[in-house]
Design a protein. Structure first.
Length: 132
């Protein structure tokens, strides 16, 4: 039986640290490293994009994916990031995709990609879309 080993790409570590500072989550990098090392989260890189995802279950016991960290270093192309996540969710049989963000501007952007606001957790707004 094989063991998969995922590593956090070094070039994104400063970005994760900056994200943690920006949103008052000082332990973000340590939490991400720990989850990746324990196989609880998976980092996916595509050019200048890092997506860290982890499986979650909703109240109906359906499996979905939480996009825990998303970093895109390019000036444009966040739509590519959404398409990558959707393609991976479809390919792995996920029922939904969820994001939690403190960014106020995500309401309009998320709606363009089929995400709806479904709740709050602390200072985070939770968005979700179904995977068809």
């Amino acid at each position: 039986r094989g063991v998969f080993l995922f590593m956090l790409p070094e070039k994104f570590i400063p970005d994760i640290e900056a994200l943690g500072k920006r949103f008052n989550e000082p332990e973000l990098l340590a939490q991400v490293k720990s989850a990746v090392n324990r196989g609880k989260a998976v980092p996916v890189t595509y050019h200048d994009t890092l997506i860290i995802m982890r499986p979650i279950f909703d109240h109906q016991d359906r499996v979905g994916v939480l996009v825990w960290v998303g970093i895109h270093k390019g000036r444009t192309g966040i739509s590519k990031y959404f398409h990558i996540v959707l393609s991976m969710a479809k390919a792995t049989g996920m029922h939904f995709i969820r994001f939690e963000t403190k960014r106020k501007g995500f309401v309009k952007l998320g709606a363009r990609f089929g995400y709806e606001q479904i709740g709050q957790r602390k200072n985070f707004t939770i968005y979700q879309r179904e995977v068809n």
